[in-house]
Ligand binder design. Sequence first.
Ligand SMILES: N=C(N)NC[C@@H](O)CC(=O)C(=O)O
Length: 376
Amino acid sequence: DALHDAAGKNLTEFEYLALRSPLNVADGHARQALTSSQARIIDDLPNMFAKTAARPPEEVELEACRAYLGLLGQHSHPDGAGRVLACYSSSVAMEIFARSLAKSGGSVALIHPTFDNIPDILRGVGLQLIPLEEERLHEGDLDRDLLNSVRCIFVTTPNNPTGRVLSEERLRALAAQCAEHDVVLALDTSFRGFDPRGHYDHYRVLENSGCRWVVIEDTGKLWPTLELKIGWLVRSDNLGLPVAKIYSDILLGASPLVLALVQRFAEDAADGGLADLHHFIARNRALVRQGLSGLPDVTFPDTDSLSSVERVHLGSRSALEVWSALCGHHVYVLPCQKFHWANPAEGDHMLRIALARSVAPLEEAIRALRAVLTSS
Ligand SMILES: N=C(N)NC[C@@H](O)CC(=O)C(=O)O
């Protein structure tokens, strides 16, 4: 039955089911309406196409990278110098990094919980995984025996679905430990655009640490650009992995038109659009919490998350049963088992709601969720 085959799905397979519904609050991709200034950029696409076609691709790429990472406070990113590779998506960037790491095998300590395509990609190239509990990562230095047993520490920050951000001092301490133990530090910063606490200059901290590092940036979560996005794979000078070689196996380069679009959206964001987006997400988070308020045992574990997703704890209710009942209303949320990739039962009673949605479908989805929770 629905519950049985649901259990075998990964998170993205749950998200596929949601794509057909206007009440899709499952995936963390941006599906809210364009703002008027963003709509003007889209209207300008034909002109952008002609102008970009006439420009050298590396110039277009450099300007897009500077605009996007500059918007998010990443002023010390190594632009130029061949250490920034533009990919079709952050998952493509992650696959390339994983393959470059896997060539010499070994283990990766991966933050737990986190989005399951990360462990799936890492295991897919044959790497062994050790869960690194998010709480452990934030509370202080990692055990020496852990650092001596892995080749890489992989951290999603802000984490998905918790929204927890690695602070500057924790990043500095972690990078120092990685440098001391010759462990690669990999960051997936896909949700960083939503949280100013993640806008300190990570690249300055990483470069100063002397550790071997990789950062995967994702423009795809911020703006409703119909999956037109860039995943940047950024690496340290001393990484010592065949990232560029494996990149050449996968692609020659990302689309200059998509890069130009990212630049224009980043410039619009710098001109007030990012602050507006933060207010929009905060309002939608409040709408979800108010819409579900007063229901017995329903709580919100990530009290200070600013990310574009919100976890809901359902008390003793089964997330899969609630998910299944909602499908009957054409409403699609994300059950949280598979974020807990090392121990799925931890997510049995939690759902994740996407907040990067227009208000009307989000309100309708929350009304349906309230109805299901009231009758369960
Ligand atoms: N390559 C994959 N599987 N992409 C899905 C991913 O972007 C969704 C996501 O990250 C989220 O819903 O939080």
